[in-house]
Design a protein around this ligand. Structure first.
Ligand SMILES: [Zn+2]
Length: 476
């Protein structure tokens, strides 16, 4: 393995006495895998003496992860990220498939843009599979629909005006009706721009004390309510219409989805690692996990009274849309993931140039470079007893694969750890830690609020479609 180049077929790999997690069969336990000629030749589950001492806190073997919401910035902003650096970052994070958002410049509202991005992926030599979302409206301008049928024929896996919600209810209705014929989802960024214009941080105590303009919960809740009402009206005429609400961050919005699902509406949603593990306190300078910011009764502890503020306030790396919320909302996000209301974890990986972040808080670009830290953040929640390991892995594999349906591809996220298939897996040492530094991140975007922090879960090896995606320099 030592001399193997990125993209080369993994001819021989033997992982002995590891903790295997297969969310397709909903099974985890001690086991071993053998890869020969890029194929997963055998998956053995160990019992008895052979299994002794193998723990979920050590070496893990998971199916390759799938991220359904990333920004790769090419074409148009290659100083922030390129397809090549984005795919390298994905592999470092354990992801073997990613789906890129269309808010590039020009926007992916035309099959020619999809072809251009695909060519960049092929030229990168990365074995990470790149899926593409198309825009809902031409140039994402919210005035008329993009060429949805052509984009669907060109292989778009979903449609989004991400960065903003689909501007009007009638555009959303028409897009749902049209895409219902293809059974393809609209990935909706739920935000009412009237309520969030000029907003800087989650509306609450932290924003008030720091003098930042509040970003109300209602800005997300009303948008979700609108979208669900439109979906309910469309479904009788377009039963295969699909609405996917991305990066939900608030308790009321998740409650709306919970009820809509119970009522049988074809809606799914994802949440991000940062909204479940980080809080608005991070803008003030706290660096504790969301579950450490609540007292025994579930109330938010005062970070000023607690002495929890350990970093400078107004850190623009913590500025993101939707904003980091209070710990109560983060707890609701985590609860939604545990109970299945949230179908997936998606990173909303949003790399930015330093110059776009190194400015005053209100002017700084929104977004977190997060694809390389996502698995570690979830493993931190697992280690804290807040999230079952199988659920965490499912949220990064089978959950997002189900959101994309047939277009999710046939890699590990959809198939699980299956003998005979091309090896598509990640080996991560949950018992080892790594430090998030600018050098450690393969992404050009160093805009992570986790910079300088030690995280659990070092990715040792990512095998994507039978080929080498990433290998830790220290791995044997
Ligand atoms: Zn968004």
């Amino acid at each position: 393995m030592a001399e193997l180049a990125i993209g080369a077929v993994v001819e021989r790999l033997d992982i002995e006495r590891a903790w295997l997690v297969d969310p397709v069969s909903w099974r985890e336990g001690p086991g071993e895998i053998v890869v020969r000629g890029g194929r997963l030749e055998s998956v053995s589950w160990l019992r008895g003496a052979a299994a002794r001492g193998v723990r979920p806190g050590g070496m893990l073997v998971l199916p390759g992860l799938l991220d359904i919401h990333v920004h790769l910035r090419e074409p148009g902003n290659e100083d922030a990220e390129t397809v090549a650096t984005g795919l390298a970052a994905a592999a470092h994070g354990g992801f073997t498939t990613v789906a890129a958002m269309p808010n590039t410049s020009p926007a992916a509202d035309d099959p020619a843009v999809l072809a251009r991005v695909r060519a960049a992926a092929a030229a990168s030599g990365s074995p990470v599979e790149l899926l593409l979302h198309g825009a809902v409206t031409a140039a994402r301008a919210g005035e008329r629909l993009a060429a949805l049928g052509e984009l669907a024929d060109a292989g778009a896996v979903g449609f989004s005006d991400d960065g903003a919600a689909v501007k009007t209810a009638v555009l959303l209705r028409n897009a749902l009706l049209y895409l219902g014929a293809f059974g393809l989802p609209i990935f909706e960024h739920a935000e009412d721009p009237g309520l969030t214009a000029g907003a800087e941080a989650h509306e609450g105590v932290v924003a008030a004390i720091l003098g930042l303009r509040g970003w109300p919960v209602a800005g997300e809740e009303t948008a979700v309510a609108r979208d669900l009402a439109v979906l309910a009206a469309v479904v009788p005429d377009a039963p295969a219409a699909r609405l996917h609400l991305t990066h939900l961050s608030t308790a009321p919005a998740l409650d709306l989805v919970r009820r809509a699902k119970a009522a049988g509406l074809p809606v799914t949603c994802d949440v991000t690692p940062h909204h479940l593990a980080l809080t608005d306190e991070w803008v003030a300078g706290a660096r504790r996990w969301s579950w450490e910011a609540l007292d025994g009764d579930g109330a938010v502890r005062d970070p000023w009274a607690d002495g929890a503020l350990v970093a400078h306030p107004y850190a623009t790396a913590a500025k993101v849309n939707p904003p980091l919320r209070s710990a109560e909302h983060a707890a609701a996000v985590l609860a939604a993931l545990v109970d299945g209301t949230a179908d997936a974890v998606a990173t909303d990986h949003a790399p930015h140039r330093a110059v776009d972040k190194e400015t005053e808080f209100g002017l700084a670009a929104n977004g977190i470079s997060g694809i390389e830290t996502a698995l570690s953040v979830l493993l931190a929640a697992v280690a804290a007893g807040r999230l079952p390991l199988l659920r965490a892995v499912a949220a990064l594999t089978t959950g997002p694969a189900a959101v994309l349906g047939a277009r999710a591809g046939r890699r590990g996220a959809a198939r699980g750890l299956v003998e005979g298939a091309p090896a598509d897996l990640v080996v991560v040492d949950a018992g080892d830690r790594w430090t998030v530094t600018a050098d450690a991140l393969r992404s050009l975007g160093k805009n992570s609020p986790l910079l300088g922090r030690d995280l659990p879960g070092r990715v040792l090896l990512t095998v994507a479609g039978g080929r080498l995606g990433y290998r830790d320099a220290g791995a044997a």
